[in-house]
Write a protein that binds this ligand. Structure first.
Ligand code: 6PG
Length: 266
């Protein structure tokens, strides 16, 4: 693996419980660093436990990472056959839709690497209703992780953040931000007038490695507020992400980190 495949951050800024921010020069370096981190985490999990469980994110920022993972050195360098793939959230649309997080990931990279088809776990959007799909997905998470009572522990949870501070499908003002019992929530998102399914905070926070991918100047204000502002998860749901015992890292580009740098002197 060359240095180009594994860019070094231009800055690393610790934010205590809110995680560590690694700033990369641009979107391409961010994607390359994310692909290298993905490879490191899943390879270590497979070496340690024989299996790696991953929750992918939707949105545009992770797409370039996916393209890189479907090419060398990752295509042959990652133990794909020992990875179980889940999603942190999903839109209530068919897999064939361009709006489908799972569908897009399967078409852009998962279909090009040696993940076992039975180990790709999209939300069951073919079911008659979203609440049922949420329950079925919760059962699948328990079956794969073997976790019978506490939140299932995933090896890697990848998240994005919207410019309104939402993450997964935890949008401002929604009750699911405070969900403590259900592993998976199906809810109608008024601001989108759409149904979404999302892993709940206890599951997201149980991740051994939680990795936000955040890029672009449109995210600079909200990233500053989430990391440096007062605790207000109802307005900034990304603040509800606090690892139970795992590690939280933010991989961001310079544009997204612009306002961070001003305040943190980083
Ligand atoms: C989704 C995502 C969502 C996403 C953010 C950021 O289904 O849309 O899971 O939480 O991560 O909206 O999206 P971008 O990366 O496109 O900015």
């Amino acid at each position: 693996m060359s240095d180009a495949d594994r860019p070094s951050p231009t800055r690393t800024i610790p934010f205590g419980q809110r995680g560590e921010v690694l700033v990369f020069s641009d979107a391409e370096s961010l994607a390359r660093a994310a692909a290298a981190a993905f490879a490191d985490v899943v390879s270590a999990a497979v070496a340690a436990r024989g299996l790696a469980t991953v929750a992918l994110s939707g949105g545009s920022t992770p797409r370039r990472m996916g393209e890189l993972l479907a090419a060398e050195p990752y295509r042959s360098g990652i133990p794909w056959a020992s990875i179980e793939v889940f999603w942190g959230d999903e839109r209530w649309v068919a897999l064939e839709s361009d709006e489908s997080n799972a569908g897009v990931a399967m078409r852009t990279f998962l279909g090009k690497v040696a993940v076992g088809p039975s180990r790709i776990n999209p939300f069951p959007v073919e079911l008659p209703d979203a609440a049922l799909a949420a329950n079925v997905y919760a059962t699948r998470l328990r079956t794969v992780t073997g976790e019978t009572d506490g939140p299932p522990v995933l090896d890697l949870v990848i998240l994005g953040m919207g410019d309104d501070g939402h993450t997964a499908s935890l949008f401002p003002g929604m009750a699911a931000i405070h969900e403590k019992e259900s592993l998976v929530v199906a809810h109608h998102v008024p601001k989108l007038d759409a149904t979404r399914l999302t892993l709940s905070p206890p599951v997201l926070n149980a991740g051994r490695e939680i990795m936000f991918l955040v890029g672009g100047s449109a995210k600079a204000d909200v990233l500053r507020d989430v990391l440096l502002g007062p605790e207000q998860p109802d307005d900034l749901p990304s603040q509800v992400i606090r690892p139970t015992s795992g590690r939280l890292r933010w991989l961001v580009d310079e544009a997204a980190a612009a306002k961070l740098c001003e305040l943190s002197g980083g």
